[in-house]
Design a protein around this ligand. Structure first.
Ligand code: BGC
Length: 355
């Protein structure tokens, strides 16, 4: 009898040792997570990638982080390679959100769960979760800022031009919708005037969110429609587009005296410096540390069977399914609140901003 109890105890201890041994040596059993990011040409994606990598590694996952430099085909190949190398889960921030349908199907057929990071993966049923910011909310915040701060009224109208994001990125469409909802009443009342008439998304989008493309379009607009008047507001959907517009404005001879209100998104380091100096008026801060943390809970959910926190099960229909999502809150930032939003939270240090 005693012998049996001893044997039973022994086997329990052995199993326990086996488990802890495994945990200590291989982390999450050596599970591999492939993280596909769009480009290193914009600061936010560099932060996103490194936050994802460090947070996943801290939990014991092996991470294969790849950037495709806005080359759609390169991203497809990188994901194919991750599947071939035995990834257990894929996290994808797409370049062209509809171009990955085949490779997503390959992942699904191989039993590899896919999580959409920041940008929704369109036209596929192979995506389990979506971690993002409230993308329409970004547009709402930019629009509200213009309404509240431009001072435009029907008696003192202001001119506005829109520089929106990439048509193959669902976020760009949502941002545009949020922005238009806010500024449409002012356009209707004549408080805001768009001299180029390029108010529909088809005419004001910017493929791949490209700075040069925005600069050229802004140059063209300034020459054709603003030869005898000032452009008062550049509604830009991303800091990179703001830099493009700033270059065009400088080229056209704009100075501090007639410098427009310029919006942006991401609160990049350079944009924040411009906000402090007054060259850019506002941006949208997105804490990529928080986004990565939310996405990591989704990885854990698909790999360990945990429950991720979801706060939206309605807005993100990708054309095939409604993807369960977590939306982080974007924060408008300008010279009045940048310290609180970006320095107090240690997103940037005072030194970085002073350099
Ligand atoms: C992201 C923005 C970013 C833009 C350009 C969008 O999908 O949500 O934060 O500014 O891509 O990289």
């Amino acid at each position: 009898m005693k012998k049996r109890i001893f044997a039973a105890l022994l086997s329990v201890t052995m199993v326990a040792t086996l488990f802890t041994g495994c945990g200590a040596a291989g982390g999450k059993g050596g599970k591999k997570v492939g993280v596909a990011m769009p480009t290193q040409s914009s600061e936010r994606w560099i932060n996103d990638g490194s936050n994802m990598k460090s947070q996943l590694e801290e939990l014991g996952y092996e991470v294969d982080l790849q950037y495709a430099e806005d080359d759609v085909q390169a991203q497809v190949s990188q994901i194919e390679n991750m599947i071939a190398a035995g990834a257990d889960c894929l996290v994808i921030a797409s370049i062209d959100s509809s171009a990955l349908v085949n490779v997503e199907k390959q992942a699904k057929d191989a039993g590899i769960p896919v999580i959409a990071y920041d940008r929704l993966l369109m036209d596929t049923d192979a995506v389990s979760y979506y971690a993002t910011f409230d993308n329409k909310g970004v547009g709402t915040a930019i629009g509200k800022y213009i309404v509240d701060n431009s001072g435009a009224t029907p008696d003192a109208p202001q001119t506005i031009e829109l520089f929106m994001g990439s048509p193959d990125d669902n976020n760009a469409h949502m941002l545009y919708a949020g922005l238009m909802e806010q500024i449409q009443p002012l356009l209707d009342s004549g408080a805001l005037v768009c001299e180029s008439g390029q108010l529909d998304f088809e005419s004001n989008n910017t493929l791949r969110w490209d700075q040069q493309t925005a600069m050229k379009r802004c140059e063209d607009i300034l020459t054709r429609y603003y030869a005898d008047k000032d452009l008062d507001i550049c509604a830009c959907a991303y800091d990179g587009l703001s830099y493009g517009c700033m270059a065009a404005l400088e080229g056209a001879g704009y100075t501090e005296a007639n410098w427009p209100l310029i919006t942006g998104q991401d609160a990049e380091l350079m944009a924040t410096k411009h906000i402090i100096s007054g060259k850019q008026t506002m941006s949208i801060a997105k804490d990529t540390r928080l986004l990565a943390a939310k996405c990591v809970t989704m990885v854990q959910a698909v790999l360990e069977g945990a429950e991720p926190e979801i706060n939206d099960t309605e807005q993100y229909n990708n054309g095939v399914i409604v993807v369960p999502s977590y939306l982080c809150t974007p924060q408008p930032v300008d010279k009045n609140n940048y310290k609180e939003i970006l320095i107090d939270t240690e997103y940037y240090t005072e030194d970085q901003l002073a350099e």
